[in-house]
Write a protein that binds this ligand. Structure first.
Ligand code: 3EB
Length: 315
């Protein structure tokens, strides 16, 4: 099997022309309707007007199949779907539907290895105990994915809350003709082994995924979770420091010695917009001003967590 082409990820000013050979593009709380571009309901606090682009140096074919929007080329596939999630529908049902449709869609496409998934759902912390919407989402997701990923073969993932009453459950993903390698963080209990005090269905995701073609790592949503516990509840500076430490251990577990080399990107989700500047500053101090980063307003799936990072370790 041929290796997938080079995949590049960049943040760019939306006033610049949309690049060609685009696999995917993302705007943040900025409505756009163009094939291959997805508008995400998370305001960007650090660089208003920035978009995210995924480039592949190959011809791209795009379309819509059974409500799944997709673009594929060069051995890569980007796809997304949105399930309306009005109050009458439970988020549990919406998640099952989303993952069933993803699994069915993936079976029909040659780039069938799902490597990385992002989940954005409204009011993620609403509801108490096991009725919290994030926990219900985890229940529904597990039912919908069934055996699609096999045990411990989960993709890397992010699950973040949005506040847009007009948007539902948005799931987008990256798949490839070649599989990647799952990477777990030795400082953290694997998510699918979380004890049941975090909800009846542990979340199914890998901490990172080593991309084919030796491109680097797709890094899952990473927060101040050590073992399985949230640390430093409601303390932004300490959570951020713990999260940086988690990222260090994660890239070391993947066999990389260098911390986020040139080509890498980082995204921070902050619960409170007033924390954006402090987070941007801490990222600059830790990784240098050259690292492209975006600070988005988004809710973390555990209510005591204030910040989560995800990104790309690319070299
Ligand atoms: C954590 O470490 C933080 O449910 O897909 C991070 C990444 C988190 C993905 C998911 C949840 C998910 O448990 C939360």
């Amino acid at each position: 099997m041929t290796e997938p082409a080079l995949l590049r990820v960049a943040y760019a000013d939306s006033r610049e022309p949309v690049p060609t050979e685009l696999l995917a593009g993302f705007s943040f709380a900025d409505p756009i309707t163009q094939p291959r571009l997805l508008s995400l309901p998370l305001p960007v606090l650090s660089h208003p007007g920035m978009y995210e682009y995924w480039h592949v140096d190959a011809p791209i074919h795009s379309g819509v199949e059974a409500g799944v929007h997709f673009a594929e080329g060069g051995g890569w596939l980007f796809a997304w779907l949105e399930i309306a999630d009005p109050n009458a529908t439970t988020i549990e049902t919406a998640a099952t539907e989303a993952y069933r449709r993803m699994a069915e869609f993936q079976q029909r496409h040659s780039a069938h290895h799902v490597l990385r998934i992002w989940n954005y759902l409204r009011d993620i912390n609403q509801g108490t105990g096991d009725q919290e919407r994030y926990r219900l989402f985890c229940n529904g997701r597990a039912v919908g994915m069934g055996n699609a990923f096999g045990n411990a073969g989960y993709p890397a993932a992010t699950a973040i809350g949005h506040q847009d009453p007009h948007r539902g459950l948005i799931v987008y993903w990256l798949a490839a003709v070649q599989n990647g390698q799952r990477v777990e963080n030795p400082r953290q209990v694997s998510a699918w082994c979380y004890p049941h005090n975090y909800g009846p269905t542990p979340p199914g995701f890998a901490r990172a995924l080593r991309l084919p073609n030796n491109l680097g790592l797709a890094i899952s949503g990473t927060a101040a979770v050590v073992g399985h516990a949230s640390t430093h509840p409601r303390n932004m500076a300490a959570q951020l420091h713990e999260t940086f430490t988690n990222l260090d251990h994660l890239h070391q577990a993947a066999g990389y010695t260098k911390s986020l080399p040139a080509g890498s990107l980082l995204k921070a989700y902050v619960r409170h917009p007033q924390d954006a500047n402090a987070v941007a500053k801490a990222i600059r101090q830790r990784y240098g001003a050259a690292l492209p980063s975006l600070i988005l307003q988004g809710d973390i799936c555990r209510s005591e967590l204030l910040v989560e990072l995800d990104g790309w370790y690319l070299h």
